[in-house]
Design a protein around this ligand. Structure first.
Ligand SMILES: C[C@H](O)[C@H](O)CC(=O)C(=O)O
Ligand SMILES: [Mg+2]
Length: 394
């Protein structure tokens, strides 16, 4: 049986939302006084763009096979990631068979160990890995969820992340995760405001709708413990990414300190089986939240997920649009998925990676039928109206 080989790898950069979903314009809820690790500097408190959260932009990886099929993927990484793809990683792909995904991952990871392991480099490896799965799906004319072993459910259900859980409830989502607006540098008054916002939202949505706080790595253990305990009376379902990602010891203690029934979640800025092994073996959280475009791609996520299963932890990927939908459909320990509300006022459902992908499915009434994912590969195409820029070649 002849297997197509990889002819060429190309890396492009795109600006304006999409996979770098923090790259939004003025007045967007995602850039409105959100608590961050930079909140200790008052001049960087009001807007995350002020400290450069959107500095990277989107990386687009395209992989062309000898049979004419082209796989692609998007992730956060922009120009530095494009450099790494073109000047370093492409050599491990070109000439290889489109099925050589495991070896290619191993070579990309090991050849970048001396400057990689986490962050930008793993985002880049993830982008290449996702483009390889997309290509394989196109060559075989099968959706990625079938390549991963097949779906275990015929419908996905979603919670929404955004500033308006009350509106998300009306749109049929099972829960709403709010950004935490005030961090430790805003003192007792800020803590009170955070709890008031939760109380107001609880009043609007009633007792049963899930409400969660996303703390985006911004708290310390003492503040996080007090927030969790204060939030108990308003039925907070989980406290997310309360501490910096390297503070495994803090997470383990927060989990011990959290009120009974309240979950501790984290992992969107963690990467690879080795990073998640720390979270799982140290008992840091109840749910791990790898971002498929940042944790090492689908190839690595399968390993992370098996490890989580053995630790009785759920895997609910962060964002990642179609890349997480195809994964979630195939795992028993991923019972629901996240949907990031990218409408500026979080008042309507728009595709998570808008405007970069065409055919990107969205939940309807908080749900998505598996049949929405039944196209070859990840089932999306690049929007030709987006201006691709190829800063490097090889
Ligand atoms: C809302 C959060 O600060 C962040 O922008 C997104 C995130 O962490 C999540 O979706 O989870
Ligand atoms: Mg989060």
């Amino acid at each position: 049986m002849s297997i197509p080989t990889i002819k060429q790898v190309r890396a492009f950069v795109l600006r304006g939302g999409g996979a770098d979903y923090h790259d939004q314009g003025d007045g967007h809820w995602i850039d409105d006084h959100i608590s961050t690790p930079m909140g200790k500097y008052p001049e960087y408190r009001q807007s995350r763009r002020s400290f450069g959260i959107n500095v990277l932009g989107t990386l687009v990886v395209e992989i062309e096979a000898s049979d004419g099929n082209v796989g692609f993927a998007v992730t956060t990484g922009g120009e530095p990631a494009a450099y790494i793809v073109e000047k370093h990683l492409a050599r491990f792909l070109e000439g290889a068979r489109v099925t050589d995904i495991e070896r290619i991952w191993d070579q990309m990871y090991n050849s970048t160990l001396y400057y990689g392991r986490k962050g930008l480099v793993i985002n880049t490896i993830s982008g290449v890995d996702l483009a390889l799965w997309d290509l394989l799906g196109k060559v075989r004319r099968e959706p990625v969820h079938q390549l991963l072993g097949g779906a275990v459910r015929d419908e996905l259900q979603f919670y929404a992340t955004g500033a308006r859980p009350d509106l998300a409830q009306k749109m049929g989502f099972i829960g709403g995760k709010m950004p935490l607006h005030h961090g430790p540098s805003e003192g007792e008054e800020g803590l009170k405001k955070n709890l008031e916002e939760l109380a107001t939202m609880r009043e609007r949505v009633g007792p049963d709708f899930w409400l969660m706080f996303d703390c985006w790595m911004s708290l310390d253990l003492n503040y996080a413990t007090r927030l969790a305990r204060g939030a108990r009376e308003y039925g907070l379902k989980w406290i997310e990414e309360a501490l910096p990602p390297d503070d495994y010891w803090g997470y383990a203690e927060l989990r011990r300190n959290a009120p009974t029934g309240m979950m501790v979640t984290t992992g969107e800025h963690e990467a690879t089986r080795w990073g998640f092994r720390m979270l799982l073996e140290m008992g840091c959280c109840d749910i791990i939240q790898p971002d498929v475009g940042w944790c090492g791609g689908v190839t690595e996520l399968l390993k992370i997920s098996a490890l989580a299963d053995a630790h009785n932890a759920l895997v609910v990927p962060h964002g990642s649009s179609v890349y997480s939908y195809h994964f979630v459909a195939t795992r028993q320990n991923s019972p629901f998925a996240e949907f990031l509300m990218m409408a500026p006022k979080a008042d309507q459902v728009v595709p998570m990676f808008h405007p970069q992908l065409l055919g990107e499915p969205v939940p309807e009434n908080g749900r998505m039928r598996l049949s929405r994912l039944d196209q070859p590969g990840f089932g999306v195409t690049l929007n030709p109206e987006c201006q691709l820029h190829r800063p490097y070649t090889h």
